[in-house]
Ligand binder design. Structure first.
Ligand code: AP5
Ligand code: ZN
Length: 209
């Protein structure tokens, strides 16, 4: 099954994509994680992407489309995948349709006020991509899965978060209508507990937990 996760920053796309991917045994393709790793490794893509990400803006379509096209051509994507954070603009969605067939688009819907709180408390592991909220860490500063030190993302600072929300509403939200018209969209309320959302997504996908 080829699945897209759509939703504003902090909606829980990464959190749920990781769980659903574990359950369905398919890879999670997070363009945000790919770009952050490229920045950490100092690659050419990373250098191009850094100023956009730090400002809360989208990386140019031509940079990200080629990365995703290459990634989806890899062997581990043959049995399905979750695209987490791509497409984010209508041109990206149109490009995607030339090299992939999408079966389902899961939209996680959450109000802006909740998103600001979630993002300001988020801590991430740059090594394995795991995501936590300070309220669940009880003072712990390392990753449960791999032991790496957790960090706060630079783009989770308050002023950048507001930019990212504006960018979402202007450039990414039109994809809700785009995929709705194609009959692929399933909207899940994202302001409930993590387990409840997981079950709702599995049901929407017609998959067994
Ligand atoms: P990206 O990394 O994709 O960021 P994003 O879309 O802004 O999404 P987030 O990772 O912030 O949120 P999420 O929905 O995954 O939430 P999470 O599960 O972490 O992109 C970063 C940047 O890269 C972009 O701004 C852009 O510059 C660039 N980029 C990436 N893709 C691009 C593209 N296609 N085109 C152009 N540019 C691109 O959860 C958030 C927090 O809430 C966590 O702390 C979590 O523990 C907590 N939480 C999750 N679920 C719940 C719940 N149900 N209840 C309570 N807390 C919860
Ligand atoms: Zn980790």
């Amino acid at each position: 099954m080829n699945i897209i996760f759509l939703g504003p920053p902090g909606a829980g796309k990464g959190t749920q994509a990781q769980r659903i991917c574990d359950a369905l045994k398919i890879p999670q393709i997070s363009t945000g994680d790919i770009l952050r790793r490229a920045i950490k490794d100092g690659t050419e893509t990373g250098l191009k992407a850094k100023s956009f990400i730090d400002a809360g803006k989208l990386v140019p379509d031509e940079v990200i489309i080629d990365i995703v096209k290459e990634r989806l051509a890899m062997d581990d994507c043959k049995g399905g995948y979750i695209l987490d954070g791509f497409p984010r603009t209508v041109p990206q969605a149109e490009a995607l349709s030339t090299f992939a067939t999408i079966d389902s688009v899961i939209e996680l819907a959450v109000d802006d006020q909740v998103l600001v709180d979630r993002l300001s408390g988020r801590r991430v592991c740059l090594k394995c991509g795991a995501t936590y909220h300070v309220s669940m860490l009880n003072g712990k500063t390392t990753c449960d899965k791999c032991g790496e030190e957790l960090i706060q993302r630079d783009d989770d600072k308050a002023e950048t978060v507001l930019n990212r929300l504006q960018v979402y509403h202007a450039q990414t939200a039109p994809l809700i209508g785009y995929y709705g018209q194609k009959g692929l969209l399933k909207t899940i309320p994202g302001d409930q507990g993590i387990d409840g959302i997981f079950t709702a997504i599995m049901n929407a996908l017609g998959a067994k937990a």
